[in-house]
Design a protein around this ligand. Structure first.
Ligand code: GGG
Length: 359
């Protein structure tokens, strides 16, 4: 059967620190898989981030979202710089893109690949396979609040978490639909702290129960975040899809990443499931200034993020091929970066993925 070539424009923001090293590796993999997927990728590169901030006093230009809007997807590296406070880098680039493009579902898979050691004893490859779905546009990261008497001895800071019925409902529904599509354990776990936070998180619990009723095939569980942290360590294999608020999802997805061997293996997708706006794909890890520029950062989280992007773009076979190549490299265990106990360089790991793609 003849299929026609599909063209995609990808906005590329490598950003800061190791973002500059992992994004080019993800692009090498995309370029390799493109012909097989009958696809062509046109990269629109943006030099936004901390260096841009040091030159222009902002992380990205005023019209940044307008310039990104036409892209089919955004591939992001990392944000963060030792000389700039983290709230400036995060609120100047990552969070405005997520909110501005209504990327309300931050999907963060955590898979223990065969050949990778979990810090937990006795866990075999494949035994941990979960996805944290993090609410991504409101909650604790809504940036509602302010300072009173700023920098004075009686200074007051107010930070308000914002929970809307619509915001909770849509992300919870996304989690259930994902559990249906995955067809694995068919379980959705909701995480709150509604015993202590008696408004927003009570609304979350109620909304979760209401949406759950639409999915009788899916088993449900509700945990307080402290119990969830314990159970991620004690019984990680029991989790399938986990849905949580912005802050709790952020924290728990770092925990799920390290349980599966390294944050250097953790990809993520910031999805606007309505597809009105481009979705954004990024490794979960940050700019890692301690190892930046040394050529030893693990590129696999960025490569797996590119695989999630392929799936979102309607190229599922290419997405699976990339993930399988990554899994093959990890299973073989010969080529790996220091975070996984190896001594290979960033480029050598990508070379191994490219070789596995040819097999
Ligand atoms: N890969 C993007 C990045 O730099 N993430 C670091 C970070 O601070 N993320 C916070 C968040 O995901 O909300």
């Amino acid at each position: 059967m003849l299929t026609s070539m599909r063209n995609f424009s990808i906005a590329v923001i490598a950003g800061d620190g190791v973002g500059q090293e992992v994004v080019p590796e993800a692009l090498r993999v995309l370029d390799r898989i493109a012909p097989r997927a009958q696809a062509a990728f046109d990269y629109l590169r943006f030099d936004w981030g901390a260096e841009y901030y040091l030159r222009h006093g902002r992380m990205m230009p005023v019209d940044a979202l307008d310039r990104l809007r036409a892209a089919d997807a955004i591939l992001l590296g990392a944000v963060g710089h030792p000389d700039i406070p983290d709230h400036i880098t995060l609120n100047g680039l990552l969070l405005p893109i997520r909110r501005g493009f209504d990327e309300y579902a931050n999907v963060r898979p955590a898979v223990l690949y065969p050949g990778v050691a979990s810090p937990l004893s006795g866990r075999e490859g494949g035994s941990i396979d979960m996805v944290v779905v993090r609410e991504n546009t409101e909650g604790e990261y809504a940036q509602v609040g302010g300072f009173l008497y700023q920098h004075q001895p009686d200074e007051i800071a107010i930070q308000t978490a914002v929970f809307t019925r619509r915001g909770i409902e849509r992300v919870v529904r996304h989690a259930f639909e994902l559990a249906m599509r995955r067809g694995k354990k068919r379980r959705v776990t909701s995480i709150t702290k509604s015993n202590a936070q008696g408004f927003g998180m009570v609304l979350w619990d109620r909304t979760f129960t209401k949406v759950a009723a639409e999915f009788p095939e899916i088993e449900t569980e509700s945990l307080l975040v402290d119990a969830a942290a314990m159970n991620f360590v004690r019984r990680p294999e029991s989790f399938d899809v986990v849905v949580a608020s912005n802050l709790f999802g952020d924290i728990l997805s770092d925990l799920s990443a390290i349980l599966t061997g390294s944050i250097g293996l953790a990809p993520s997708a910031n999805l606007d499931p309505s597809r009105r706006y481009p979705s954004m794909f990024e490794p979960v890890h940050g700019s890692a200034p301690d190892i930046a520029g040394r050529g030893i950062v693990n590129p696999l989280a960025a490569i797996l993020s590119a695989s999630m992007m392929l799936d979102h773009l309607g190229l599922p076979e290419a997405a699976v091929a990339v993930e399988r190549a990554v899994a093959a490299v990890l299973a073989e265990g010969k080529v790996r970066t220091p975070d996984l106990g190896g001594s290979s360089s960033t480029r050598e790991v990508t070379d191994a993925v490219l070789a596995a793609l040819c097999d």
